[in-house]
Design a protein around this ligand. Structure first.
Ligand SMILES: NC(=O)c1ccc[n+]([C@@H]2O[C@H](COP(=O)([O-])OP(=O)(O)OC[C@H]3O[C@@H](n4cnc5c(N)ncnc54)[C@H](O)[C@@H]3O)[C@@H](O)[C@H]2O)c1
Length: 326
């Protein structure tokens, strides 16, 4: 009889301990996985460890830990050496969104692991088909796109590159279910995958309207919060159209589509804000201004809100709804 593989037997490697990397490490520790966290940049080991601890204490606040933080930290190794990835079943890269830096890092990851290790990138928009060319055996390479905070969101996109094989996809899909996610699979790695493409269509349109002076940042945010915010988590977009009534929706599409922005450039307003070195909540200057306290309060509220949405979504499971008509 084959031995059942338990979570504590599956080591997972995470490379890069910035915002996403440290949050993903915490979410895997909270599930009971031994994690090897690699922070090759000088000085980042200590910062990364601190970030992971902070995320774990948020996991505690959210009620997803069954023991004290120290017990979860005992499953963690933080190192600057790629060699410590040896023995990992899966390694996820979470470093800066830069193709040549990611290529170099993947070569080091591939050298440190053997060909049965699944290699994954958390890239938001670099095509997996390009990234997987950096490693031998590209069939075990895949995109795993988390959302922040990784321990309190159900979203997870699995992106296949041209060379990714079905076995790799199936293994990652099965793991994602164990992680408590609602995974989606993108069989062809279109630019921006699914959610980013959808959201960038929204960002372009709203920047266009504000630039023209048709509305303000505040009113744009308010309408998005209280309209989309009241249905998105429940029904997504196609069920929303069904719900509105397709006849009316069809007429509205015909009327509105021709007036939507299809500009390829950045709005001059956004260009000005970015040229002024505004980085949003990171430095308190963005579309809005923030004191340090306000920025921290937004970050904390976002984590808290995600936990509430995570629990709310569980009250409306998908299986009670009808099947797709394709
Ligand atoms: N921030 C998000 O909400 C989010 C969501 C989904 C996906 N992503 C993707 O996740 C990845 C990481 O994003 P982030 O927000 O955590 O960025 P971040 O800037 O917080 O962290 C990037 C990390 O990369 C490390 N790094 C930089 N150069 C390196 C090198 N040469 N070798 C090894 N490590 C290096 C940095 O030290 C840092 O820890 C990106 O590809 C991003 O597109 C981000």
């Amino acid at each position: 009889m084959q031995k059942k593989i338990e979570i504590q037997d599956i080591s997972i490697g995470i490379v890069g301990l910035g915002l996403m990397g440290s949050s993903i490490v915490a979410s895997l520790l909270a599930l009971g996985y031994p994690v090897k966290a690699i922070a090759p940049i000088h000085g980042e080991k200590e910062v990364g460890y601190r970030r992971i601890k902070e995320h774990l204490s948020l996991c505690g606040k959210f009620g997803i830990l069954q023991a004290g933080i120290e017990e979860y930290l005992s499953l963690l190794t933080v190192s600057a050496e790629y060699a410590d990835l040896q023995g990992c079943s899966l390694v996820v890269e979470c470093i800066v969104e830069n193709l040549s830096v990611k290529d170099t890092v993947f070569k080091k990851i591939a050298e440190a692991t053997d060909k049965s290790t699944i290699l994954a990138s958390n890239t938001s928009a670099i095509p997996i088909s390009i990234l997987q060319q950096a490693v031998p055996h590209p069939e075990r390479f895949i995109g795993i796109h988390w959302a922040e905070p990784a321990y309190a969101t159900r979203f997870l996109e699995i992106i296949c590159g041209n060379d990714t094989d079905q076995h790799t996809t199936d293994r990652v899909y099965a793991m994602a279910l164990r992680w408590g996610k609602e995974p989606t699979v993108i069989r062809k790695d279109i630019r921006g995958f699914i959610t980013n493409r959808l959201m960038y269509a929204v960002y372009r349109e709203i920047m266009h309207l504000v630039q023209k002076g048709d509305t303000s940042f505040e009113d744009a945010d308010k309408s998005f919060r209280y309209d989309a915010g009241s249905w998105m988590t429940l029904m997504g977009v196609f069920r929303r159209m069904d719900h509105i009534g397709l006849k009316d929706f069809y007429v509205a599409c015909n009327n509105i589509f021709p007036s939507l922005s299809n500009t390829e450039g950045i709005s001059p307003q956004m260009q000005r804000i970015v040229d002024a070195h505004s980085r949003g909540v990171q430095n308190g200057k963005g579309f809005y201004n923030y004191t340090k306290r306000e920025a921290d309060a937004w970050i904390e509220a976002f984590s808290e809100f995600n936990k509430d949405i995570y629990q709310l979504a569980a009250l409306y499971p998908e299986h009670v709804e009808g099947s797709a008509n394709q």
